[in-house]
Ligand binder design. Sequence first.
Ligand code: 3PG
Length: 209
Amino acid sequence: MDLLQQIYNIGIIPVIKIEKPEEDAYDLAKALCDGGVPVAEVTFRTEGAARGIQIMREGFPDMLVGVGTIFTTDQAKQAISAGAKFIVSPGFDQEVVAYCKGQGIPIFPGCITPTEIQMAIKEGLSIIKFYPAEQSGGLNTIKALSAPFGSVKFMPTGGISLENLGAYLAHRAIIACGGSYMVTDELILNKKWDEITHLCEKSVEVVNE
Ligand code: 3PG
């Protein structure tokens, strides 16, 4: 199955900030997989992000581990070396997009405005991260944008919760949502792996509705 189909099937991408990869990355990945969400966007916001990706990939070879918060080609390179299978950026950066295309790795840049979406289309991309989703008008904005941009698929992230996940996923233009509600700093800091698994299970129920 290809990566995009896998992302569509899972429906929700946990957006992770990992401070202590040696201590937490394996248990965290296990908690996600046990909950039926074998995917992660490990953000490049911590020193240990690349190591976290490596540990998750080694422990769970079938898990779809990607990277987020990528601003530069150098970061993209490090993340790909660590094993990242896809790249996410909060915004659109032409250099990063070109680099990822050259490496043959899927890139989902953050786009909110029609101009940004046109820039992505010009690069041959058809999936964009819609970020920050709720703060930018949420589903209503996506509905409006999907009229002119009928071939684009959106990955809304920012303000996604168990309460609004189902409404987003019901729209045909949405491939999956991203969110941190099942992997908050508090849950990871206190090693609440069972709760993370439980929140993933709840998410899967919503995805399957
Ligand atoms: C991010 O931090 O990249 C996303 O905005 C996550 O947003 P959330 O914490 O609102 O899910």
